[in-house]
Structure formats: C-alpha cells, structure tokens
Design a binder for this molecule. Structure first.
Ligand code: NOJ
Length: 454
C-alpha cells in the first residue's frame, strides 16, 4: 500500500492571503496591512483588502474543496479579526466568521485544521514591540485559549506557528516581509525565543482547554538538502547540511527552532555559533517549549543538493545552468519530498504531515476558457511520487496539504505569482478550477495510486 488508508489529502491557505475584508466587520489591522501600505514593499502596491474575497464566499469555497474530494482544509485564523487590538476587546463578528467556515467544512465532511499564527500579527501588538516583547507568549496564549474555547467542540487539529523561520527571518532580520525590521542577530534570537515560548504556551492551553481530544503540530520550514547520489556518504552529508546552522542560514534552518520544540534543547552547535547573542533562558523555558506534540508538520517546496567531500564534509553543488525552477526561482527538486520527511522523522521521531507543497507559476485563462497548468501537474507528479517512496520506505507520513486551494496574495510578491489549484480572476473574483484541480482530485480519489511511478 503506497499511502496509508487513513491518509489526509488536504489543501491549505492562510487568512491574510485569501480572506480580504480587511476593514470589514470590526477586524483590526495587522502588520501585513501596514506593510502593504508602505510604498515599495509589495509588488505593484498590492494589498490584502480584497484578496480572494473568501470572507464573503464561505459556501462557494467549501464547495470547491468538497468537489475536489479533499478530506481536510488547513486555514489560519486572523488574530486581529478576533481581537482587533490583539488583546482585550473581542470582535464577535470575527468569531462568527470562523464558525461559518468551520460549519461549512464539517457539513461537507472536510476536517478543519487550524493554523493559529500565519504571520499576521495584530498591528497594535507590533506597536508594543511584537515578538520582542517578553509578554508576547502570554498574548498568544490568551488568543489561543479564546480560539480553543470557541471552536474545539468542532475542531480537533491544530498547528501553532507557521514558518517562524520566515516571519522572523524575513520579518525581523532582513525586512523583506512584514513588519519589515532589520534587527541584530541578538534581537532576532530574542524574538525567536519568545515565539518558541508562545508555541509552548499555546500547545499547553490547547491540551488543557480543548473540548475534544486534540492533534497538535508545528509547521516549520528550513534549508533542506538532498544527496547527489544515494550512497551512504552522500546521504550523511545531506543530513548534516540539513541540520547544521551556519552564518548563511542562521535564521533559516530547522534545528534552532525544531530541536527546542521536539527535543527540549537548543542545538549545541547553534549555541556555540551564536555565543553571546543567545538570549538568556531557563530550564523551565525549555520545558515549556518542549510540549508533547502529535505530528511534525513541515512545508517543503525545494532543496539544495550536496555530495560528501573530503572527510564526508558536505559540499553544496550549484544548480546546473538551465536547471528547472519555479516562477519564484526555486529549484525544482522532487527528492525534497523524500528526504525532507525522512530526515525529520529520523531526528524527531514523530509522524510527518506535509503542511505545504506546491508550485508558483503565472497561469492564465486560455482561449478555450480553461487554465491548462501542465507545469503544476508535472511538478506534483514528481514530488508526490517521492513522498510515496518515503511512505513505502517506512517514513510515517500521515498527510499532505497542497498549497494552495486557490491563487492568493503571495506576500511581498502580491498577486503576481499563482500557487492555486483554482484560478482566481482578481477583477471579478470568479473561481476557475485549473487542470491540476481535476488531476489532484483523481490522486485523492485513488489514495495516491494514480500518481505515475517514475
Ligand atoms: C509558505 C507560506 O506558509 C505561505 O504563506 C506561502 O504562500 C507559501 N509558502 C508559498 O510561498
């Protein structure tokens, strides 16, 4: 059997990327609204004001997911829609929106998987120093508690933080994403420590307050490497490159974030590299961060390639000229969906769920009125073939979420890049299922049997 019987075939999105209605029904601004309003930050001045209009299209979008045949939908909650200022006063209209969404999914047999934080920190909290504030873990805990109290009668699957590597690395270190800060390494590591504590507090409060038994995970990303060949020495070099922290990847790596979460300690090698920049922390902090989790989520799109050099030292190989890449200029490396889950499963020992994987392209509506995204079908065929190989080789892979159900706001790229199985006409908000939507539907229906063996 290629994929286990109960495999989760899902699609994913995030609040700011699809909802729109940014000034409607009492939602407060987030750091991303402010970033979009800052000239030069987002492609062509695009904003999240309308996005895909999903706030007003709950039934239509739930139908799209149902007709695809997906059995799960991973979406995030907009913190500032529930708490316009991040803490304190609640916005009932915001809570009611997610009630509608959750109910629409459940009525269609789709399991809701909630991501609590997908980058849109309430602006009011940013004005109090955001993740640099030592109270930020408590803000997050209070927000999580309110979400869990409201929805856990119907929701059982939870992710805490999506890609802290990116919202801290691009948001606090190099300023490419909201809130656009360029802080010192010491400050970024402090903000990271607070985000990890926030994760721990959230897991704890979900376990304490959930009305139905929860499944909880974390959704990191990182610099992944696959081996040039499958020789034991190349394999070890790839593993080493994937889990080593260095000057280049110090914010974009797995280990600094995942070792505390899954193993309860910062990696020794990172501690040495960062020296005095490491924030002060206690054993109690590490215990709090290291809450038991049920799954290891991971977002995987690409990977570099390494070979074992002298003494087994990983040698990173440049992409050959003309190598296939996505519109994001990310190398297409299908084996990332074999080695990523394998390495994470070996290191952290938890069942793996691919929380995101997909292709950025520039699809358009063809003369026949359809969107023929053959590139996406090819990409997914190659990647899913490798995920199946991982599963067949004993990696405990429990689910796969395609990014994304529909084209959406791709952060600093605005609407220029399209990741969806469903095309969005941003002028009319019409939804047009692409060829890949039909293709992925067959994959789901056959529990992966229809994926070509390559
Ligand atoms: C990771 C992020 O979680 C998601 O928001 C983004 O759109 C995709 N990757 C594609 O870049």
């Amino acid at each position: 059997m290629a994929f286990p019987k109960q495999f989760t075939w899902g699609v994913a999105s995030a609040a700011f990327q699809v909802e729109g209605a940014s000034n409607i029904d009492g939602r407060g601004p987030s750091v991303w609204d402010a970033f979009c309003d800052t000239p030069g930050k987002v492609f062509d001045g695009h904003t999240g004001e309308i996005a895909c209009g999903s706030y007003d299209r709950v039934e239509e979008d739930a139908d799209l997911i149902q007709n695809l045949g997906a059995n799960a939908y991973r979406f995030s909650i907009s913190w500032s829609r529930l708490f316009p200022k991040g803490t304190g006063e609640r916005n009932e209209a915001g809570f009611a929106y997610y009630d509608r969404l959750i109910d629409a999914l459940l009525e269609r047999g789709i399991v809701p998987w909630i991501t609590l934080y997908h980058w849109d920190l309430p602006l009011a909290l940013h004005e109090q120093d955001g993740w640099l504030n030592p109270n930020s873990p408590i803000w997050f805990e209070e927000y999580t508690k309110a979400v869990v109290e409201r929805y856990s009668d119907r929701v059982t699957h939870w992710f805490t933080l999506n890609e802290p590597q990116i919202f801290l690395g691009h948001g606090y270190k190099d300023g490419k994403d909201a809130p656009g800060l360029q802080l010192s390494r010491k400050e970024v590591l402090l903000a990271t420590h607070h985000a990890l504590l926030a994760h721990g507090r959230a897991v704890k409060v979900i376990r304490e307050c959930a009305k139905s038994s929860p499944t909880i995970g974390f959704a990191p990303v990182g610099g992944l490497y696959t081996p040039e060949t499958e020789s034991a020495s190349d394999l070890e070099a790839a593993r080493k490159a994937t889990f080593t922290i260095d000057e280049a990847n110090w914010a974009f790596n797995y280990t600094w974030y995942c070792d505390p979460v899954f193993l309860g300690h910062y990696p020794e090698q990172g501690l040495e590299l960062f020296g005095d920049d490491v924030p002060e922390f206690t054993d109690a902090d590490m215990e709090l961060i290291n809450q038991p989790l049920d799954i290891c989520g991971v977002n995987i799109y690409t990977a570099g390639v390494v070979r074992a050099g002298e003494d087994g030292h990983p040698e990173k190989l440049p992409d050959p000229v003309g190598y296939p890449m996505t519109m994001f200029r990310w190398t297409i490396n299908p084996r990332s969906l074999y080695f990523g889950p394998k390495f994470l499963y070996e290191r952290y020992g938890l069942p793996v769920v691919i929380t995101e994987n997909g292709l950025a392209s520039m699809d358009w509506v063809h003369l026949d009125g359809k969107v023929h995204d053959t590139g996406r079908i090819d990409y997914l065929s190659r990647y899913l073939n490798e995920l199946r190989r991982a599963s067949e080789d004993g990696v405990d892979v429990r689910g796969y979420f395609q990014w994304s159900i529909m084209d959406n706001f791709e952060w600093a790229q605005g609407y220029a890049l399209r990741f969806g199985l469903v095309y969005i006409d941003y002028q009319t908000l019409a939804r047009i299922p692409k060829d890949s939507y039909e293709w992925f539907g067959r994959v789901i229906e056959s529990n992966g049997e229809s994926i070509p063996r390559l």
